[in-house]
Design a protein. Structure first.
Ligand SMILES: Cc1cc2nc3c(=O)[nH]c(=O)nc-3n(C[C@H](O)[C@H](O)[C@H](O)COP(=O)(O)OP(=O)(O)OC[C@H]3O[C@@H](n4cnc5c(N)ncnc54)[C@H](O)[C@@H]3O)c2cc1C
Length: 476
């Protein structure tokens, strides 16, 4: 094979996973394959960022990954850090939902808020009797007739009623996307709910059956539902860097500004690398940058790619608060709490990190992590850090009674960070990827902005796209 060059735009977990797969294949194919990763920021990892200081392991972005999706654990194993996996203490711990300003326990054994255990459903004060009766209609309603896609909100409201959706499901599910269920696509977010409906004729019945067969700590290879790594998820990025570094060109402060097709189906990439314009010849390109950037880079080549600019992104912030344990005036006896929209709070969710993940915090300290901002509730993000912090602390005091002063705080802003997969997202994306395959073979899209936001999904998508890019260059 003539020497070939694959360029990956973006050094987040998707781009690095793609690079890792290519590196493994490089060892088979030899020096004929060259790989370059171009990352705009001055560090790799994208949304994955851990701040380690004074014995604290503070996640500024994601704090855990789903163990049941194999790509995440597999990558951890391949990188030799299996012994660093930490199980969440969440199982057996309480999680709370704010209801009329007060903390109420999340009913035990739900499937993302869908009842999967009768006693806890009937006991919960989160729903009125009318709300419970309405939810039970799910047991008899026929499946929804759907052609194409529908919003997950419309789908769930029809089966389970507004109360269950607004009080329980929205804070749980919407939190993952920082989105609004009435806008998000069923097919692109939780298609498994549609399958439950089809298979069991009822979401509640289906959830109960699945719950009986659900993985426990022992059946899930001894892992909790969510896992992390002892020194934070950035370990993944560091291990990937160490493994790839000598063999793959990993450039940071390298912002891709233009892509042009050249002779013979190849491409020329222009990038601003630490203030200097450089060009790279590529036989294939994997673009993992967010959709707005991809639209700008790809639409001059394939006009259909302009549609990517319509994928909205929501901004969020993570606020970390550290306390001397001795000064805490409340017992953080749980994993944390979720805040439904109608409560009208600044905080959308809060993790009692030192309780859920004790390894992150020295024993005499406590760490609390609050989220701010979601679709339709982003006003507070316009506030300067100190005002945002005041609002967060006021919410914490009102909701939990926590009035102790944190001795340190950290506000981490994530602007336009969470892609929103709106209804018909998949169809729109399919027309862009088809147009790319037809008019610009060798140009691939991968990552959170297009397929799924969870870390294991991003890893799987990066790996799969790397194989597609390799197949492309082998066909040249
Ligand atoms: C606050 C927060 C909490 C989260 N919590 C969780 C969680 O607990 N569990 C979970 O599984 N997921 C979580 N997620 C989601 C998950 O972290 C992300 O979806 C995932 O890390 C995205 O990876 P990516 O590589 O696709 O994109 P990114 O990490 O966004 O990487 C894309 C990269 O492209 C670079 N780039 C952009 N433009 C250019 C350009 N022109 N040239 C070169 N490079 C460019 C960017 O700088 C960036 O580094 C969370 C996300 C956020 C923001």
């Amino acid at each position: 094979m003539k020497p070939r060059h694959i360029v990956i735009i973006g050094g987040g977990i998707t781009g690095l996973s793609a690079a890792h797969t290519l590196y493994q294949r490089m060892r088979e194919l030899g020096p004929e394959l060259q790989i370059t990763v171009l990352e705009r920021e001055n560090q790799l990892g994208g949304k994955i960022r851990t701040h380690r200081e004074g014995g604290f392991v503070m996640e500024e972005g994601p704090d855990s990954l789903l163990a049941r999706k194999p790509a995440g654990v597999r990558l951890i194993e391949q990188l030799g850090v299996t012994s660093e996996i930490v199980n969440s203490r969440e199982e057996g711990m309480k999680t709370y939902i704010v209801h009329n300003g007060r903390l109420q326990t999340l009913p035990a054994r739900t499937n993302m808020g869908i009842p999967a255990h009768w006693p806890s459903f009937f006991d919960t004060p989160l729903l009125s009797s009318a709300g419970k009766l309405r939810a039970l209609l799910d047991l008899v309603l026929p499946p929804m007739e759907i052609t194409g896609d529908v919003s997950i909100g419309a789908f769930l409201r029809r089966r389970l009623g507004d109360e269950l959706v607004d009080h329980l499901i929205e804070p749980l599910l919407g939190g993952i996307y920082a989105g609004r269920l009435d806008d998000l696509s069923l097919l692109s977010t939780y298609p498994q709910f549609r399958q439950l409906e089809q298979k069991y004729g009822s979401l509640i019945r289906g959830s109960m059956r699945q719950r009986q067969a659900a993985p426990t700590l022992t059946s899930n290879h001894g892992r909790s539902v969510f896992i992390t790594l002892k020194n934070g998820l950035q370990t993944l990025v560091e291990r990937l860097h160490d493994e790839l570094h000598p063999h793959i060109s990993l450039l940071t402060q390298a912002e891709v500004t233009r892509i042009e097709p050249t002779e013979g189906g190849a491409y020329r990439i222009a990038a601003n690398v630490a203030g200097e314009v450089r060009t790279f010849a590529a036989d294939a390109i994997i673009c993992t940058a967010p959709a707005q950037v991809a639209a700008t880079l790809l639409s001059p080549i394939v006009k259909e790619a302009q549609a990517l600019a319509d994928i909205p992104y929501v901004s969020t912030a993570v606020v970390l608060l550290g306390y001397q344990r001795a000064q805490l005036n409340v017992d953080l006896d749980g994993a944390g709490f979720l805040v439904p929209r109608k409560e009208g709070r600044t905080i959308t969710a809060c993790t009692w990190t030192s309780s859920k993940w004790p390894h992150t915090t020295p024993e005499d300290q406590a760490l609390v992590r609050c989220y701010v901002g979601r679709a339709g509730q982003q006003e507070a993000l316009a506030l300067p850090d100190d005002e945002l912090l005041q609002r967060v602390m006021r919410d914490l005091a009102d909701i939990t009674g926590l009035t102790a002063r944190p001795w340190f705080t950290r506000v981490v802003r994530w602007n336009a960070a969470m892609p929103q997969f709106l209804v018909h997202h998949q169809e729109k994306l399919a027309s862009v990827t088809e147009a790319l395959a037809t008019h610009a073979p060798g140009l691939f899209l991968a990552g959170a902005g297009y397929h799924a936001v969870g870390i294991p999904d991003c890893i799987a998508n990066g790996e799969k796209t790397a194989e597609a890019a390799l197949a492309h260059i082998q066909s040249l």
